[in-house]
Design a protein around this ligand. Structure first.
Ligand code: ATP
Ligand code: MG
Ligand code: MG
Length: 354
C-alpha cells in the first residue's frame, strides 16, 4: 500500500495515523521524540527536528504524499527536501497561516473580514497603531503563537515595552479586540478534484487560551452555518487547497462573522466528528491527500466535545462508564498542567434536521 508521511507526531498526527491505518496505508512520522503520541501507531518513525532538511528528505523519500499536523513547519527546508513528493495541504497554506500578518492580509485580500489590525515591527510603532485602531487591542506575535501564548491585552496601564516583553518577541501584530458574542469554527475539506465538504460549525469555549469545549450545533442558526461554510469554501478554493482546514470565527451580536485565524490541518474543535459524523475529520483529511473522494460530512448526533487537559484525565473511570460518550486518550505518559491528554464527546439525538 501507499505510505503517508506526517511531519509531527503529537495527538493530531496520531489520530491521522489511526485513520490512515484503516485504509491500509503505511504511516511514517517525523518527530523529535521517539515516544511521541503518534509513535504507538506509526509504521515507522524518523526521530529528528521538524525543520531538519536531511530528516525531511528521508521522510519524503519514504512517502507517496506528505502532510503535517501543525502550521509551524519551516517552509524553506520542506520545499527543498520534498522533491517530487506531493505536499498536502500546499506550502502556500503554511506560508499564509504561520504568520498572522500574511494571514490577515490574505483573508482581507479575498474579501474575508477580520478584526482590524496593524503590523508592528518595533515598540515605538505601538502608540500610533493603538490610537489608529481606537484602543482596546491585543498584541500578538506574528509567528509561533498557539493556545493563546504570545498574546498581551493592551490597556491604559500597559507600557509598550511591557507589552512587547510579555509576548517575548517582535515582529508583532496589533489586533482590535472583538466584542464577540461567541466563537465558532468550521472544519472543512477540499479534495484533489476540487470538491469541498464542510462539517457543521462548532461553538467553542476557551479557558486560559486553550480550547475547553466544542458544542454542536450550539447557538448557531442554519443561516449562520451556511455563511460560515461559504467563507471556509472560499478560503479553500483561493489556496488551491487539498486536505482539511480549521477556520476560527468570532460571531458578533447581530450574527456578523469575522475570521480569527485559519489552521491548515485537522483541528481540535473538529475532534467531535469521530463520534458524531459518518466520517471523522481525520479520515476526511486522509481521503483528500490520498486522492480519494471526500465522504459526506453529515452528522448523526448533537454533541459536546470536552478537552481533557492535565488532571481532567483523572476522570477516566467515570467518563468511560458514560454510555453515550466517546472517549479518546492520546497515550501521553506524563500528566502536565495545561497539557492536552485526551477528549471526550457526549452525544445526544439530533435536535433538528442536520
Ligand atoms: P490556537 O490554539 O487556536 O491556535 P492562538 O494562540 O493562535 O490559538 P488565537 O486564536 O489568535 O490564538 O486567540 C486565542 C483566543 O483569544 C481566541 O480564541 C479568542 O478567544 C481570543 N482572542 C484572540 N484574538 C482576539 C481578538 N482580536 N478579539 C477578541 N478576542 C480575541
Ligand atoms: Mg492559532
Ligand atoms: Mg485560535
Amino acid at each position: 500500500g501507499a505510505t503517508i508521511g506526517i511531519v509531527g507526531g503529537g495527538q493530531l498526527g496520531r489520530m491521522l495515523a489511526m485513520a490512515a491505518a484503516r485504509f491500509g496505508y503505511r504511516i511514517t512520522v517525523l518527530d523529535p521524540s521517539a515516544a511521541c503520541p503518534a509513535a504507538q501507531v506509526a509504521t515507522e518513525m524518523i526521530v529528528g527536528p521538524y525543520d531538519d532538511e536531511a530528516c525531511l528528505r528521508r521522510l519524503a523519500g519514504l512517502s507517496d504524499v506528505l502532510t503535517y499536523e501543525f502550521e509551524n513547519v519551516a517552509v524553506a527546508p520542506l520545499r527543498k527536501a520534498m522533491g517530487e513528493t506531493p505536499l498536502a495541504p500546499p506550502a502556500e497554506a503554511l506560508e499564509v497561516s504561520q504568520d498572522r500578518v500574511v494571514e490577515k492580509a490574505f483573508l482581507n485580500g479575498i474579501g474575508v473580514e477580520t478584526a482590524d489590525w496593524r503590523a508592528i515591527d518595533a515598540a515605538d510603532e505601538l502608540g500610533h497603531a493603538l490610537l489608529d485602531l481606537g484602543g482596546d487591542c491585543i498584541l500578538k506575535t506574528r509567528r509561533f503563537g498557539y493556545d493563546g501564548k504570545g498574546q498581551a491585552r493592551l490597556n491604559a496601564d500597559t507600557t509598550f515595552t511591557d507589552a512587547f516583553e510579555a509576548i517575548g518577541r517582535a515582529p508583532a501584530i496589533l489586533e482590535k479586540r472583538v466584542p464577540f458574542a461567541y466563537e465558532i469554527s468550521i472544519i472543512a475539506a477540499r479534495g484533489q478534484d476540487g470538491a469541498i465538504a464542510a462539517y457543521d460549525p462548532a461553538e467553542n469555549v476557551h479557558s486560559l487560551g486553550i480550547l475547553k469545549s466544542s458544542t454542536i450545533p450550539g447557538r448557531v442558526t442554519d443561516e449562520l452555518a451556511e455563511r460560515a461554510k461559504a467563507i471556509a469554501a472560499q478560503i479553500l478554493s483561493h489556496l488551491n487547497y487539498v486536505g482539511v482546514i480549521g477556520v476560527e470565527f468570532f460571531v458578533g451580536k447581530d450574527d456578523t462573522l469575522l475570521v480569527n485565524e485559519i489552521a491548515p490541518r485537522v483541528h481540535n474543535s473538529g475532534h467531535w466528528t469521530e463520534a458524531a459524523c459518518l466520517v471523522s475529520q481525520f479520515e476526511q483529511h486522509v481521503r483528500a491527500i490520498a486522492g480519494l473522494p471526500l465522504a459526506s460530512p453529515e452528522r448523526h448526533f448533537d454533541c459536546v466535545m470536552e478537552n481533557l487537559i492535565g488532571e481532567d484525565v483523572d476522570r477516566f473511570d467515570r467518563l468511560v462508564a458514560e454510555p453515550r460518550s466517546v472517549l479518546h486518550l492520546y497515550g501521553k505518559a506524563e500528566v502536565r498542567r495545561g497539557r492536552k491528554m485526551g477528549h471526550v464527546t457526549h452525544v445526544t439525538p439530533l435536535s433538528r434536521g442536520a
